[in-house]
Design a protein around this ligand. Structure first.
Ligand code: GDP
Ligand code: IMO
Ligand code: MG
Length: 422
């Protein structure tokens, strides 16, 4: 019996999960998403072209690879219709290679409205949600009020929908949100639901477990550990478990079947949306990171906040998910800085700690930094560790000692080819 391997983001999302899932796909027959929804934006680059995936797993461009959207994912029929059309135009065989769990919950048009209405109502305290309806959909799932993809196929789907719609619209109205045309939203929603009927639906928990007998499966995480609903910087988080534990309930896999846990982190840190970010840089260095790293959201286009690598948060994420294989992304972006800094501990209200405090939002957290000499060499053409500059290797060496594990893959550019395996 094979084990299921997992790819996870260890920071605040956008670590490069899409690139690595696509890079690893040749070793796997099945790629499965287990949480999140179209709030994710996973970029893949090959043959000079960039593709952005939101809900579809990153194995879709490999012929013969099965891609599963697991029960833990929330699916917006309207958004996924557009995404399917996009990847089909790029040559992917979606009808054969994509399977939806019947138990995945549906993002309704009113969930998107509720997201917008509740963010508006929060004013300055807003989460900075992608407004894809993620929070309200998971809220209905937990509140036992949601609709699942399997319901699309049932005769009373419209009746079930109508009851929930009324409840949602009352709430939207109460929150004073008026900026929408329900007729337009519903027309595109029902068209998209009809469209989805041509694709494969299954009770994917059976498929995943039986496939482990003779196939290799990679579970692809979305968002990042610091956005986890339980362990992230609450309430500035997403509404699902982004850590490896999420694989168990998001796909129906028992814990002992989890094998390698690939943890992905950037050589620095970014965050998009609101919430605490201890190592954020509000100066020219932060601006330089954003510019060199093209740090703008793949889904929303928003500028990402940038800062130095945070080892306190990274060690926490490694612990929570039992990461046993590390991958460092965007190493090339750190060239041409005179000095590179890494946060090794926090000073919280004057006391040094190596733990993430209970409430990152209200505690006064000051990062304590260790400095490194920068390097000027361009890394993007390096393909072997021996080609990397000495100052960069010293940085890696320090990180490996601090993290007490090797960094197994170093990414030096967005393309599949720009990947160094130790
Ligand atoms: P994901 O959400 O974790 O899949 O990450 P995103 O796709 O949202 O953001 C990562 C961005 O960095 C994308 O634009 C990738 O093409 C790009 N990228 C990935 N790896 C590297 C790398 O090693 N170097 C550089 N310069 N860009 C990278
Ligand atoms: P990938 O998979 C980065 C952030 C949002 C917001 C918070 C809640 O591409 O790494 P939500 O829409 O879930 O209600 O937003 O989480 N967020 C992400 N940030 N990458 C993502 O996904 C994200 N998905 C959600 O910006 O702060
Ligand atoms: Mg992303």
């Amino acid at each position: 019996m094979n084990k299921i391997d997992v790819v996870l983001g260890l920071q605040w999302g956008d670590e490069g999960k899409g690139k690595i899932a696509d890079f690893l796909t040749p070793k796997y027959q099945i790629i499965a998403r287990f949480q999140g929804g179209p709030n994710a934006g996973h970029s893949l680059k090959f043959n000079g072209q960039t593709h952005v995936l939101n809900t579809i797993p990153s194995g879709i461009f490999h012929a013969g690879c099965t891609n599963i959207i697991g029960n833990g994912v929330v699916v917006d029929p309207v958004k996924i219709k557009a995404e399917i059309e996009r990847v089909e135009n790029a040559g992917a065989n979606v009808k054969t290679n994509l399977i939806f769990s019947r138990k995945a919950h549906i993002i309704l048009p009113t969930h998107r409205l509720l997201d917008a209405a509740s963010e508006n109502a929060k004013g300055d305290d807003k989460i900075g949600s992608t407004l894809r309806g993620i929070g309200p959909t998971y809220r209905d799932k937990i509140g036992r009020n949601g609709l699942r993809l399997g319901d699309i196929l049932s005769a009373d789907f419209e009746k079930k929908y109508t009851g929930i719609r009324e409840e949602h619209l009352n709430l939207v109205n109460f929150l004073g949100y008026k900026d929408f045309d329900m007729q337009v939203l519903e027309q595109e929603f029902f068209e998209a639901c009809e469209y989805l009927k041509q694709f494969r639906f299954a009770d994917t928990e059976y498929l995943v477990n039986s496939s482990l007998k003779d196939q290799k499966i990679l579970a692809e995480g979305a968002q990042g550990s610091m956005l986890d609903i339980d362990f992230g910087s609450y309430p500035f988080v997403t509404s699902s478990n982004t850590i490896s534990g999420g694989v168990c309930n998001g796909l129906g896999i028992a814990p002992q079947h989890i094998g390698r846990v690939y943890g992905i982190f950037k050589a620095y840190c970014t965050r998009v949306g609101g919430g605490p970010f201890p190592t954020e840089l509000h100066d020219e260095t932060g601006e330089k990171l954003r510019k060199k790293g093209h740090e703008f959201g793949a889904t929303t286009g928003r500028p990402r906040r940038c800062g130095w690598l945070d080892l306190v948060a990274l060690k926490y994420a490694i612990m929570l998910s039992g990461v046993n294989y590390l991958i460092m992304m965007k190493s090339d972006v750190l060239s041409e800085f005179d000095e590179i800094k890494v946060c090794t501990s926090y000073r919280v209200n004057g006391v040094f700690t190596s733990q993430v405090p209970y409430d990152l939002c209200t505690e006064k957290v000051e990062p304590v930094y260790q400095s490194f000499k920068g390097w000027t060499e361009d890394l993007t053409a390096c393909r072997k560790k021996s080609e990397l500059p000495a100052n960069f290797l010293a940085y890696i060496d320090f990180l490996e000692k601090e993290l007490e594990m090797p960094i197994n893959i170093i990414s030096v550019g967005p393309d599949r080819e720009q990947t160094i395996i130790d």
